[in-house]
Design a protein around this ligand. Structure first.
Ligand SMILES: Cc1cc2nc3c(=O)[nH]c(=O)nc-3n(C[C@H](O)[C@H](O)[C@H](O)COP(=O)(O)OP(=O)(O)OC[C@H]3O[C@@H](n4cnc5c(N)ncnc54)[C@H](O)[C@@H]3O)c2cc1C
Length: 273
């Protein structure tokens, strides 16, 4: 008897829960199931045996806003977030840091599928913005829910507990006057500045990438309180302080280090005389 040709695609079952309770019950029955949100970031060449689709869980697709923060369900698409940022009437809802970071992520077709939850879990371009904006993540398991700051989650390597899901992201509604993003293959560099009566009241310089979060709070205080536009010598000193910070860490690699330092210099010189 002729052997039937093997299918190029392994036989995968797609589990489609409609609520989180249903999801965790299914996960207990199929412990090897892998969550899929947009399916664009998994980097797998083979599909897992069991796919746990998050598509049908309505609460994961919600966008809500209170006076103090914006809440994004993990299944909100990157393109939806960018659209929120472009809508001038609802502009105050979302910080430029997040929309500009996501505008540099992949192509529109990918952004229509990719979700903010998948982006955070796979160490994508939203990490620097989430940290800069003091976002908090809701992580849910079958029996417990915990909240963790974006910065801490990154520092801990973005690791979820067994059968844990990122369900919601809470982002304080803080506005910055200047947002300067630089995208590299390895991650995103963000420079955020708050201007108060022509004084630089606050600055954050953050690089976020897969397994790498760089921020030096001590260096930021050097520029805080300086008059805007900045003086060129202060910008160069700031870059030098960042160089010392990176030298102390011994990471990242020299090529990325140079690109980060050059970008900080170029970004801040744009605000200098
Ligand atoms: C052509 C192309 C270009 C790309 N360019 C970029 C780019 O420029 N920048 C960038 O950052 N990324 C890029 N990506 C990667 C990817 O599109 C993004 O990281 C995307 O945001 C992943 O989201 P997703 O919803 O598709 O995640 P998925 O692929 O569904 O999931 C990614 C991982 O996260 C897990 N996961 C998903 N959702 C959850 C959840 N809620 N809780 C727990 N675990 C979860 C999954 O199990 C999987 O391991 C690109 C991808 C493609 C195909």
């Amino acid at each position: 008897m002729a052997e039937s040709p093997k299918s190029a695609w392994p036989q995968s079952s797609v589990l489609r829960p409609f609520s989180l309770n249903e999801l965790f019950a299914l996960w207990e029955r199929y412990p090897d199931a892998v969550p899929y949100s947009g399916g664009t970031g998994s980097g797998r060449t083979e599909l897992p045996n069991n796919i746990l689709s998050l598509e049908g869980i309505e609460e994961l697709g919600r966008i809500t806003r209170t006076e103090r923060y914006l809440e994004l369900g993990a299944m909100v698409r990157l393109s939806e977030i960018i659209a929120l940022g472009k809508n001038t009437q609802r502009n105050a809802m979302i910080s430029d840091a997040l929309t500009l970071s996501l505008l540099h992520t992949a192509a529109p077709a990918v952004r229509n599928l990719a979700t903010i939850g998948g982006c955070v879990i796979s160490g994508g371009d939203a990490l620097a913005a989430m940290t800069a904006l003091d976002a908090r993540y809701e992580l849910r398991g079958a029996r417990q829910t915990r909240w963790i700051s974006a910065a801490r989650f990154s520092v801990l390597g973005g690791v979820l507990a067994y059968h844990e899901l990122l369900t919601r992201i809470r982002i304080p509604l803080e506005q910055w006057d200047y947002t300067i993003p630089y995208k590299f293959d390895e991650g995103t560099l963000l420079i955020l500045i708050r201007n108060q009566k022509n004084l630089l009241a606050k600055i954050q310089v953050i690089f976020g990438g897969k397994n790498l979060l760089l921020r030096d709070k001590n260096t930021e205080t050097f520029l805080e309180g300086q008059r805007l536009p900045l003086e060129k010598k202060d910008v160069l000193r700031f870059v030098e302080l960042w160089e010392n910070y990176l030298a102390g860490l011994g990471t990242p690699d020299p090529f990325l280090k140079t690109r980060i330092l050059n970008s900080i210099e170029a970004g801040l010189l744009g605000l200098a005389v």
